[in-house]
Write a protein that binds this ligand. Structure first.
Ligand code: NAP
Length: 491
């Protein structure tokens, strides 16, 4: 079930929000502590769907700061009026008289941490008479999700268990696979009742929450930061388009990604995307890696093959595929279209490294320029490339020019890494930056008659290749690109 908390500050505001939320939810939570002057009776009388009545005291992270006797009296009234659920904290549960129509949610909240001994706490909630036991705890580490999901997996008692905070999103979505009684979703961004709640639109649309079941396969992206990652939107859209029973989640991994991967083996995830800053540090957790990872020393994809974790790098074939298509295609081999082509890479970070390895392996003549010259020298040495000074870009005249710096990225859209004087008709200009989809570099390249490749193309191709590795089916490239462009246009 999906529960939307009603967090308006007035009775009329609550009534309006209930009407708006009801079509999107199975149950609404009337947060009476948010609207201390609201009258419960009319709200209950006119409720459009089942409700939970909650009046959370400040000591458990709520907004109620008044008299405790009055608070208990309000909850008792909710029971007497036949609200479907009343939420009462563990330390107050004994003060509520039961009624025939109301199920008691006995709850515990910890906004500071995920305590040890969750099982013991869960037992206490049940012993206190919970029809539904509930605990919401703050995740300080992504592995706290595992501990919460373990409780859900091991109990038959109706239970709501979740991690709060940015690190807890996985538990809010994946809980359903392990029998979570319900999860909370906000009606809209900014209307959350607790940190880390996703919007109901995301929960239903992007995560397809109502379709998650015991057999749903788990995928995710390992990153830090992860909040603005586009990968959950496009990979979940791909699974939906392919009709695959799978969900793809964001995992904000602040520590060692190899340790995360080992710990999360318990959930038998079928694959991960790996992105900044973990593309190298995750390698030791793999059972095997393919040639692309061995060559570039970085990976962005984990595939679970019958329990063996296999590392791969789709950044390289995705970038090369986009350039090859611009060159008119052709199969790899001695007559490869990239052979002997002059390619200038601007930048010497992770993206440059992937592109440089790929181009060098296909026989291109690679040149590298970078703001920090020594980094260009170091990368050039690794891939046997030439180094070009940044102030000589206009005199190089390569056939392919690739920007792998973040210059031109939102919000600095007026910046460009390459002067317009360096752009010539017929040159292939590839910008790794995908936000905005058309950078100043690409605009000026288009005006100069260059063949342009946007970072969107690279991003979608690497994601599509991941999807293909995981599912064994051709990825819905168009659907993925559509979702990415739609998300980017919202920013
Ligand atoms: P990174 O490892 O941090 O490298 C950043 C590069 O940008 C370095 O070469 C850095 O030069 C240069 N740089 C940063 N700010 C600069 C400035 N103001 N002037 C000149 N150079 C500057 O990052 P990365 O992983 O390579 O990613 C770089 C860009 O590529 C990002 O915008 C990322 O979003 C994009 N990317 C896109 C895709 C895709 O799928 N489209 C894939 C990967 C990356 P210094 O060495 O001098 O610091």
């Amino acid at each position: 079930m999906i529960c939307i908390p009603i967090t308006a500050r007035t009775e009329s505001g609550m009534a309006a929000m209930m009407a708006q939320a009801a079509p999107l939810a199975d149950v609404l939570e009337l947060r009476m502590d948010f609207a201390p002057h609201a009258s419960l009776e009319p709200l209950l009388r006119n409720r459009p769907c089942p409700v939970i009545v909650t009046c959370r005291p400040a000591r458990e992270g709520g907004e109620y700061a008044g008299d405790e006797t009055a608070r208990i009296a309000l909850l008792q009234k909710a029971v007497d009026l036949g609200a479907e659920f009343v939420d009462v904290e563990l330390d107050s549960a004994a003060r509520i008289r039961r009624g025939p129509h109301t199920r008691l949610i006995v709850s515990h909240h910890d906004f500071t941490r995920t305590p040890d001994h969750l099982e013991e706490m869960h037992r206490h909630l049940i012993q206190a008479g919970a029809d539904v036991a509930k605990f919401a705890v703050k995740a300080n580490d992504v592995q706290d999700n595992l501990r919460v999901l373990r409780v859900l997996r091991n109990t038959k008692h109706p239970t709501i268990a979740l991690c709060m905070g940015e690190l807890g999103v996985a538990s809010r979505v994946l809980g359903r696979k392990y029998g979570n009684f319900l999860t909370f979703a906000s009606l809209a961004a900014g209307r959350e009742s607790a940190p880390g709640q996703v919007t109901v639109e995301e929960l239903r649309g992007m995560y397809r929450y109502n379709k998650i079941g015991p057999k749903t396969a788990l995928y995710g992206v390992i990153a830090n930061p992860v909040a603005h990652s586009m990968s959950p939107a496009i990979q979940n859209a791909a699974f939906a388009a392919l009709g695959i029973d799978a969900v793809y989640l964001p995992f904000k991994v602040e520590g060692d990604p190899a340790e995360f991967v080992r710990a999360f083996r318990e959930l038998d995830a079928q694959g991960y995307s790996v992105t900044l800053p973990h593309k190298q540090a995750v390698i030791p957790a793999m059972d095997e890696v393919d040639d692309s990872v061995r060559q570039a020393g970085a990976m962005n994809t984990i595939v679970n093959r019958a329990g063996r974790l296999c590392g791969s790098n789709t950044d390289i074939p995705a970038a090369l595929g986009a350039i090859e298509e611009a060159l008119g295609g052709g199969a790899p081999g001695p007559a490869h279209p990239l052979k002997d082509k002059e390619a200038l890479i601007v930048g010497a970070g992770g993206a440059a490294r992937a592109v440089a390895y790929g181009l060098a392996a296909r026989g291109a003549y690679v040149m590298i320029a970078n703001r920090t010259h020594e980094r260009a020298v170091a990368l050039a040495r690794e891939v046997a490339a030439q180094v070009v000074h940044m102030d000589r870009l206009a005199s190089v005249r390569p056939q392919i020019l690739i920007n792998t710096t973040s210059v031109g990225m939102l919000p600095d859209v007026q910046d460009t890494p390459v002067p317009a004087s360096a752009l010539r008709k017929g040159m292939i200009v590839f910008d790794a930056v995908y936000n905005p989809p058309e950078t100043r570099l690409l605009r000026e390249a288009k005006a100069a008659g260059c063949v342009c490749i946007s970072g969107v193309e690279w991003f979608v191709r690497q994601a599509a290749l991941q999807c293909q590795l995981w599912t064994g089916r051709p990825a819905p490239h168009m659907a993925m690109e559509k979702v990415l462009l739609e998300r980017l246009s919202r920013r």
